[in-house]
Design a protein around this ligand. Structure first.
Ligand code: ADP
Ligand code: MG
Length: 325
């Protein structure tokens, strides 16, 4: 089983940032309001994610780390309208097969906390351990038992950069959650919990003063679609392709068709081909979008892609044109 898990890990777990992503998404799925992320050596030596979510019962710990055990889906029907972030039940067993792993948790309303260690896929026993409500996952020495993969890890700075970029992408989408990050024992970043809508403050923290000052707020609904967020006005001239954040139902995605619609709306107002900069959220009935395209889940497939393209294009074109009037 360890081998199967390691193969699965090869698909989903590329580097420390992928581990952070999977664990933080689990914390969010568990309803966490605050997540602490402690890293050492760019996450290669240590990734520790602690949340205040609903937690896991001691007797459920072995299940949580076993393959294809997910508490988030009861039937194939659920797969259709999946609302949670993870749903494959692969992340924990995969990560645990390529690291020194510990899962510690206390369920809400319970007075018993416990821990389960897994060393390179070798399952230990559930042991009592004190822990506040919520869950801590500790991942040490990533790929210690898979030298071929470990070899491909980059310098500490690079791996940390990937983690920070992913956290920025998350911080933009989840202004309601507090995130506290430390690296090599020093606090490195703190995103305070705010409301549900991305504020100018967090936008500023994430993408800089210049972007925030030139950002135009977008909020538009129609045809069962809602587009909201921020787009930089043409006066902002530091835009680059890495300041393009698009979320569909809260998930960061890359989508050619929507990217094209945004670029087109921008070009109409600007009359030349500069890159747009934006943080935009598209919300729609989950049944109108297929997120189950790839395990890494960056891509989605829309049932009515043309309609969505036109909706995004028109919304932004109108908003941008108004600023010129
Ligand atoms: P998935 O997220 O696809 O269900 P995972 O392997 O990531 O699969 O997690 C397996 C299960 O472990 C989850 O379905 C959930 O029940 C439990 N779990 C994992 N992380 C947490 C957490 N931080 N808080 C509460 N439960 C968790
Ligand atoms: Mg998961």
């Amino acid at each position: 089983d360890t081998l199967i898990n390691q193969i699965a890990a090869g698909e989903v777990i590329e580097r420390p940032a992928s581990v952070v992503k999977e664990l933080v998404e689990n914390a969010l799925d568990a309803g966490a309001r605050r997540i602490d992320i402690d890293l050492e050596e760019g996450g290669v030596r240590l990734i520790r994610i602690r949340d205040d979510g609903k937690g896991i019962d001691p007797d459920q710990l072995p299940l949580a780390v076993s393959r294809h055990a997910t508490s988030k889906i009861a039937s194939l029907d659920d797969l259709e309208g999946v609302a949670t972030l993870g749903f494959r039940g692969e992340a924990l067993p995969s990560i645990a097969s390529v690291s020194r792993f510990a899962l510690t948790s206390r369920r809400d309303g319970s007075d018993r906390a416990a821990t389960l260690e897994i060393d390179g896929g070798r399952l230990g026993e559930v042991m009592p351990k004190s822990h506040p409500q919520g869950t801590t996952v500790e991942v040490r020495d990533l790929f210690f038992n898979v030298p071929a993969r470990r070899k491909f890890l980059k310098a500490e700075r690079t791996e940390l950069g990937h983690i920070e970029e992913w956290l920025r992408q998350l911080a933009l989408a989840r202004p309601d959650v507090e995130l506290r990050v430390s690296h090599n024992g020093k606090p490195s970043r703190r995103w305070k919990g705010e409301g549900d809508l991305l504020s100018e403050v967090r936008l500023h923290e994430a993408l800089g003063e210049e972007f925030a000052r030139n950002a135009l707020r977008i909020e538009h609904e129609g045809a069962g679609l809602r587009l909201h967020g921020w787009i930089a006005q043409p006066a902002y001239n530091r835009a680059s392709a890495d300041q393009q954040y698009l979320y569909v139902n809260g998930r960061a995605v890359r989508d050619r068709s929507i990217a094209h619609a945004i670029k087109q709306a921008y070009a109409d107002v600007l009359f030349h081909g500069r890159q747009p900069a934006y943080v935009l959220f598209l919300e729609l009935d989950p049944r109108r979008v297929d997120v189950n395209v790839h395990p890494a889940k960056h891509e989605v497939r829309f049932r009515d892609a043309r309609l969505i393209h036109d909706f995004v294009y028109r919304t932004l074109q109108n908003a941008l044109a108004e600023t010129r009037a």
